[in-house]
Design a binder for this molecule. Sequence first.
Ligand code: FAD
Length: 288
Amino acid sequence: MIPGTFDYHRPTTVESAVALLLQLGEDARPLAGGHSLIPLMKTRLAAPEHLVDLSAIEGLRRLEVVGPDVIIGAMTTQHSVITSTLLAELVPILRETALVIADPQIRYKGTIGGNCANGDPGNDMPALMQCLGASYQLTGTGGSRQVPAREFYLGAYETALEPGEILTEVRIPIPPAGHGYGYEKLKRKVGDYATAAAAVVITMAGGTCTSASIGLTNVSETPLWASEAAGILVGSTLDAATVNAAVAAAEAITNPASDMRGPSEYRTKMAGIMLRRALERAQTRAKG
Ligand code: FAD
């Protein structure tokens, strides 16, 4: 399939990109790696008249530690996340998650900003960002603001981005040294979106869980931060009864569609199983 016609713009600064987007209005879309947007255009589910390509904006490829946070520029590719020694050391769950996104070709082009800004509940990074307590810097002609990932997703393909704004960077609080982590994803085949997936980050001390955070992918119209389920784990030794209660609490907030990945009830149960597996892996990795 061939997309409809469009005008192509390639600004070199964030200021010119947001000015263009504001001026062109609803007929314009930012273009990052293109691996969600172009397939939609090919099937005519999207038909923007203008594409504002962000790839020539050098400042959007930042990857550095600032105080207690790591900052990832929006145009950082999923491949760069996988190969970053800095991220492997400080936030290793990013690499584990990026490795189960699509396939290598897509990961060479697909960006963190595009994955987080897209608003597709099937994207893997949003639930992880919620689990990590990340925030997004959104920039428009009037300046920048920080929005927590836990407040950014309003519905399927609906986000807190205002007209003319772009997501410029992701700010992730670095989890404590010795934390345990796991991202578990059930998919029908390599390269598929999740039937259900779960992200877990925990800390342990003397065999007791001292903090926990859980994100769930593709089991609702938005990514889910399972705060009640995580709260159940804190203060426990992660014994079977506590884990069962946490899994039940996580399953209770899901509301997946019945689709080609399975009926809704099945996908809810798979979310619970992914959570169990991610938690088990996190526990084996946690020091303390
Ligand atoms: P684009 O496609 O360029 O943009 C996506 C949307 O976000 C567009 O609406 C665009 O206007 C907007 N946008 C992009 N960047 C910004 C920004 N900085 N600020 C504001 N808006 C912006 N993803 C997964 O997470 N898991 C998978 O398993 C998975 N499987 C896939 C399988 C296939 C076959 C394909 C084609 C894609 C798959 N993807 C998957 C999607 C892939 O990861 C995309 O690359 C990603 O979702 C979007 O990133 P992008 O850089 O390609 O964004």
